[in-house]
Design a protein around this ligand. Structure first.
Ligand code: SF4
Ligand code: SF4
Length: 211
């Protein structure tokens, strides 16, 4: 899931200040689960900014251009007459809505990461969408998301008693977790395997998976 948090309301006020009429768009998927941009939060925002609101809706899945088109169709005229769209989605939703509407899209949320949910408000970053998954080699622990230096051949000299130097030794060192998992699995040969540096110039930004 994409984890988001709402920007402080003062920041939203500052961002929306130059615009007269605003159309508010929520998200029926991740931001609903995070309780940052679902029905309730959209209604809350509409109430707070009532003088400026031209209309509002919640798109089923705003990161899907097809569903954005479908769900915003009936609001097309209201959106066209609005000065900007206040988007309570992750950054992907903000960009999809800007692309579809052609309007200035203002992000009401901050996108945090791709994460695992334990309960509302408690999330753990687990993937950075690196396009070359090596979880099979690392005992299912992601070194890109869980090591602040994204080391492919850790641990670095900063781990102390299994804790990471980044963040005052509160979090587990990802590479110690990897070592523990691979030990449990009797696969330590994966731990000593050298993984060469990655060429980030080859990162694919537009993917066509099905022709
Ligand atoms: S290695 Fe980590 S960042 Fe890369 S795809 Fe796998 S889980 Fe995601
Ligand atoms: S201590 Fe471990 S998790 Fe922290 S930066 Fe070094 S290798 Fe990465």
């Amino acid at each position: 899931m994409i984890i988001t948090k709402q920007k402080p309301f003062e920041k939203i006020m500052e961002m929306t200040e130059p615009f007269g009429k605003l159309f508010v768009v929520g998200c029926g998927k991740c931001a609903t689960v995070c309780q940052t941009g679902g029905e309730n939060e959209v209604h809350g925002m509409v109430e707070k900014l009532s003088d400026k609101i031209s209309g509002f809706t919640v798109v089923e899945e705003p990161c899907d251009l097809r569903l954005t088109r479908r769900d915003l169709k009936e609001h097309k005229e209201t959106i066209a007459e609005s000065d900007a769209v206040l988007v309570m989605n992750c950054g992907v939703g903000v960009q999809t809505i800007a692309e579809y509407t052609g309007k200035i899209a203002l992000p009401a949320l901050d996108t945090m990461f791709i994460g695992m949910t334990e309960r509302i408000g408690r999330y753990y970053e687990r993937c950075k969408a690196c396009q070359d998954c090596i979880l099979d080699e690392t005992g299912g622990v992601c070194p890109i998301a869980r090591c602040p230096k994204a080391l492919l051949n850790g641990p670095c000299g900063g781990q102390v008693e299994g804790k990471c130097e980044v963040g005052e030794y509160k979090d587990d060192c990802a590479w110690v977790l990897i070592w523990k998992k691979l030990t449990e699995q009797d696969r330590l040969e994966e731990f000593t395997k050298f993984r060469p540096p990655r060429n980030h110039y080859t990162k694919i930004l537009t993917t066509k998976l099905i022709s």
